[in-house]
Design a protein around this ligand. Structure first.
Ligand code: SF4
Length: 143
């Protein structure tokens, strides 16, 4: 199989079954609760292939929460570097977007795609919609 075709197949399956890692960098835990609620049986995102994974090394997509405190953002950067390329980021909640009520410096993690979910905390359905949007936007870059 040629490289281009292989990447196309890989993209197809990534879009169909994103594996999601929840990365927190200093929060009140409100956004985490909504993220876990989004993956609970009520919304059942596994029906569209999305599932939470315990290791960043298995993830296609990172749900980023928190405002980026001094201590937590250092660890978050290290964990984020373990997520394989191509990776995409969904910023969940006001803190992850602009520091929120805590007025932290905000996230400093990069990624090819940065979908934002507004709210304090956001609704689980909005989180799932953002995951879907991020996976649609994601493209597989050649290594
Ligand atoms: S956005 Fe709101 S709910 Fe989410 S971590 Fe910040 S303060 Fe908590």
């Amino acid at each position: 199989m040629k490289a281009g075709k292989a990447l196309g197949v890989m993209n197809f399956f990534r879009r169909k079954s994103p594996w999601v890692y929840l990365l927190s960098q200093g929060t009140c835990n409100g956004c985490e609760l909504e993220c876990f609620a989004a993956f609970a049986p009520r919304f059942d995102p596994e029906r569209m292939g999305a599932r939470l994974v315990a290791s960043p090394r298995q993830a296609d997509l990172v749900l980023l929460t928190g405002c980026g405190t001094k201590k937590a953002s250092e660890k978050a950067r290290r964990v984020f570097s373990q997520v394989p390329e191509p990776k995409t980021v969904v910023q969940v909640g006001a803190c992850a977007i602009n520091g929120g009520v805590f007025k932290c410096p905000g996230p400093r993690l990069g990624g090819p795609s940065q979908v934002k979910v507004e709210g304090c905390p956001p609704d689980p359905t909005e989180i799932l919609t953002a995951i879907k949007k991020a996976m649609e936007e994601m493209t597989c870059s050649e290594r």
